[in-house]
Design a protein around this ligand. Sequence first.
Ligand code: AMP
Ligand code: ZN
Length: 457
Amino acid sequence: MALRLHNTLTRTKEDFTPIDPENVRMYVCGPTVYDFAHIGNARPLIVFDVLFRLLRHLYGESHVTYVRNITDVDDKINARAAEEYPGRPLNEAIREVTRRTEAQFRADVAALGCLEPTHQPRATEFICDDGQPEDMIRLITRLIERKHAYVAEGHVLFDVPSMADYGRLSNRTLDEMLAGARVDVAPYKRDPMDFVLWKPSKPGEPAWPSPWGNGRPGWHIECSAMAGALLGPTFDIHGGGIDLVFPHHENEMAQSRCAHGTSTMANYWLHNGFLQVEGEKMSKSLGNFVTIRDVLKDWPGDVARLAMLGTHYRQPINWTLASLKEARTVLREWSDASEGATGGEVAPDVVEALSDDLNTPLAIARLHALRKAKDGEALVASMGMLGIGRLVETTADIGIDATRVAALIAARAAARKAKDFAEADRIRGELDAMGIALKDAKDPPTGELVTTWEVKR
Ligand code: AMP
Ligand code: ZN
């Protein structure tokens, strides 16, 4: 059965035809790294991981490119850094916050059973390098040249009326867009809808040199630049939560299309519905704010994942204790039924269910049928399609201690600095034994060694 996906752009379920079946390309907006990710943020991570797995199954593992970015430049990050590290230079404080939060995030998504995307670019690596313009600055320059953007008082703004079909993705009236965007009516804007591509930085704030003065990028341009750099001007699938349709995705699409002169940025736009906790909107003020970390303290990642996939991704989901308990019961049954199985073929009807716009509730029903039929081999393989493993009921299997990993990486960096390579190697070995693989790279802005890690599978 052909893959069909609901496309926000056309508001219909369509057959999926990739631009290049040898390289199916997907971009999903990633986290802004200033705080623990919450269980609502886990939804797009899990949903698009299932789509990534399905695409790999259908087109071949090496024929899918998945990009999920890390937003490490944002005013919320600046505010958090200043609050947490008063008296420290802001740039250093920001680095502390973003690096720590990124490590927490990576540990959380791994514990939820998500594969590493092909690329996880950081926004700050696409602004400029050694004063030389990188993708974001080049994209903004192109938009100005093409008369889709203008400079005003140190800002660069996207000229919304210059684009005839702006609003196509969100399908809103101008009044609705104005209300939804909550844009500042700044005096330097030609049109109230115009949005910021580049803004000046105050002394002490993070700043990069640009043709328009020292400043920093707006949020939307980051994704256009990273998607363009890693996937090309037009690619197959763009995903995120429903709240991102407007203004973020509308603006990403406007920037990319106008800069590259293309009729679309991505052919299929997919959006997951929102998550509520016990029937209420999750918010810190209501006291029902649940981080992924909170959930993983009490529940294996596979249970949380199964609970999430019990609702179709486009529907709103109600995150409840009852649904977690039920998922645990189900996963125990599946685990018992597949004891000793080494993994056979994925059941075709499970692939078929997922191919119908990621119908995970139907796929789960078919997994139940495999259990009833006592087909443990197909059951394990098909659970794997959903990224769910057999339950191992020990707490040690629940997650990775990211704090310990970070401490060991810091100790290794210190050992290397002191030229104690034997100790550095010993620490690498210790991490290896924990199932953690290290990757060393130079940080472009500073030339300093940066070590990232991933869980070996
Ligand atoms: P943010 O950090 O707010 O930009 O969100 C990161 C991702 O999580 C985006 O794709 C959001 O659409 C998604 N997201 C945020 N809150 C929720 C929620 N309550 N339910 C589902 N998805 C959410
Ligand atoms: Zn984005």
